[in-house]
Design a binder for this molecule. Structure first.
Ligand code: PLP
Length: 400
C-alpha cells in the first residue's frame, strides 16, 4: 500500500502534495520500476480525498515520464526514473555461522545442533494445518503468559514418564527456549551482587545471561561424574547452583547419584536452589538413564527443558518447571519478557506429543545418532591405533 501523508493545513494544494510525494518515492527508489500503483479510486479512498485530486497528480506524473499506464492493467512506475543519492548506508550482511558450516564438504562436529534433515516436516506441517483450521478464533488472541494448558498438560505427563518428574501443569511455564528459562530463573532467584555456582567449563552464553543479572560467578570444575561437589564453596550461600547433570555441557559427564545427593544437601543447608538444565537427556547410548535432580528434590530444583535438541532450535520452545512458591512470580516475569511464547507452535507441539509423534521421532533420532556415533568411534579407532607417528584421519568413502 502506498503511504502518503497529507497536511490539509499546508499552503500547498493536495494535488501538489500527492504528486511531490510519489515523485520523491520514485526518485529515491522506494517505489521501484514496474511496481504497480493503487488505482486512483483506491488511493483517493485511502487518503480520504476526491478522486480528481489523485487523477490530476497521476496525470502530471504520467506526463513527466515517472509513470506509465497500461490499458486494462493499471498504472506502473516507469523504468529509469530512479536517481541514486550516493548517500546510502552500506549495511553489512550478517553471516549466519550455520550457513558457513552447512557447506556439503564439511563434516559438522559442532555439538548441540540436532540432525536438521530429520525434522518431521510432513507431520509438523500437517498438524499445523489442522490446528489452524480447527482451533477457536480465541487461539489467535493474546494468550496467558505461562503457556497453553494443552501443552503444559502434555508436558507434565511426558516429563513424568521420561524423566521421573512429578509436577502439576500449573508449575510449568512455557518459554522461548531454554535460554529464556535461564533468564527467568535469574529474575526469580538473583539480586545484583549475589553469587552463583556454575560448572567449569560451561558455555559463555550462559555465563553472560547470569552476569547480566548482576550475579558473581563461582566456577566449580567438573570431571567424568559431573560437577565436583567436594569443591563447592563452603563459606557462601549462592543464589543457585547451575548444573547440566544428565549430560554435562560441553564435556559430557553424567552427575553420579552420590553427587546428586550431596548437591541437594548443599542447597538445602544454605536455603539455595539448583537450576537443572536437562537440555538433551533423551539421548543416551550407554547405561541406564539417571532420573532428574528435580525428581529427587522438587522443592529445591528449577528444572529447564528444551525442544531445541529434540526437534529444532528454530522453534524456540522450552519450559521451566517451578517449585510452587515461584509460580505467580514466574508468570509475571514471563509476561514482562514477551507476554507469552507464540500459541500456534505450542498447540502443534502439544498435539505432536499427545499423538505419540515425539516418542517415534526420538526413536528415529536415537537410531540415527547411534549409527553415526558408532561409525565415528570406529574411524577414530582405526586412525589412532598403531604407530603414533603415522596418525592421520581419512574421511570414510561413504561420507564424501
Ligand atoms: C547447555 C545448553 N543448554 C540448553 C541449550 C538450549 O538452548 P535453547 O533451548 O534456548 O535453544 C543450549 C543451546 O545450545 C545449551 O548449550
Amino acid at each position: 500500500m502506498l503511504w502518503i501523508s497529507l497536511d490539509r493545513a499546508a499552503n500547498s494544494p493536495l494535488i501538489q502534495q500527492v504528486y511531490m510525494q510519489i515523485r520523491k518515492k520514485i526518485l529515491s527508489g522506494e517505489l521501484m520500476a514496474a511496481e504497480k500503483l493503487p488505482s486512483t479510486r483506491q488511493l483517493a479512498d485511502l487518503l480520504g480525498i476526491s478522486r480528481n485530486v489523485v487523477l490530476e497528480a497521476y496525470d502530471q506524473l504520467l506526463a513527466e515520464g515517472f509513470l506509465v499506464s497500461k490499458r486494462g492493467a493499471g498504472t506502473f512506475v516507469a523504468e529509469g526514473a530512479y536517481l541514486p543519492s550516493g548517500k546510502s548506508i552500506a549495511f553489512q550482511k550478517v553471516t549466519n555461522k550455520e550457513e558457513v558450516m552447512s557447506e556439503p564438504s564439511i563434516i559438522q562436529f559442532r555439538s548441540g545442533i540436532p540432525a536438521l534433515d530429520l525434522f518431521p516436516r510432513r507431520i509438523w506441517g500437517k498438524l499445523t494445518q489442522s490446528i489452524c483450521y480447527e482451533v477457536e478464533a480465541s487461539a489467535f488472541n493474546y494468550d496467558v503468559p505461562q503457556g497453553r494448558p494443552e501443552l503444559r498438560e502434555a508436558l507434565s505427563k511426558y516429563v513424568k514418564n521420561a524423566r521421573g518428574i512429578e509436577c502439576h501443569p500449573e508449575q510449568i511455564v512455557i518459554t522461548t527456549g531454554a535460554t529464556q528459562a535461564f533468564t527467568l530463573a535469574s529474575k526469580l532467584l538473583v539480586s545484583p551482587g549475589d553469587e552463583l555456582v556454575i560448572e567449569d567449563p560451561i558455555t559463555s552464553d550462559i555465563q553472560v545471561i547470569f552476569t547480566n543479572h548482576g550475579a558473581k560467578l563461582i566456577p566449580v570444575p567438573v570431571d567424568d561424574s559431573g560437577i565436583q561437589t567436594c569443591l563447592l564453596p563452603q563459606d557462601t550461600k549462592p543464589a543457585f547452583v547451575f548444573v547440566t547433570p544428565s549430560h554435562q555441557f560441553p564435556l559430557g559427564g553424567v552427575l553420579s547419584i552420590q553427587r546428586r545427593v550431596e548437591l541437594i544437601q548443599y542447597a538445602r543447608k544454605r536455603n539455595s536452589y539448583i537450576v537443572e538444565d536437562d537440555y538433551d537427556s533423551e539421548f543416551r547410548y550407554e547405561g541406564a538413564p539417571i532420573p532428574s535432580l528435580q525428581g529427587l528434590a522438587p522443592d529445591r530444583v528449577l528444572y529447564v527443558g528444551s525442544f531445541s535438541k529434540l526437534l529444532s532450535p528454530s522453534l524456540r520452545l522450552g519450559y521451566l518447571i517451578l517449585p510452587p512458591e515461584f509460580i505467580d512470580r514466574g508468570r509475571k516475569e514471563k509476561w514482562f519478557l514477551d507476554l507469552h511464547t507464540p500459541s500456534l507452535n505450542q498447540l502443534v507441539l502439544a498435539r505432536f506429543i499427545q499423538e505419540g509423534h515425539l516418542e517415534r521421532h526420538l526413536m528415529k533420532m536415537r537410531k540415527s545418532y547411534k549409527k553415526k556415533r558408532d561409525r565415528l568411534i570406529d574411524c577414530l579407532h582405526d586412525a589412532f591405533t598403531g604407530n603414533e607417528s603415522t596418525w592421520c584421519i581419512h574421511r570414510p568413502a561413504s561420507y564424501r
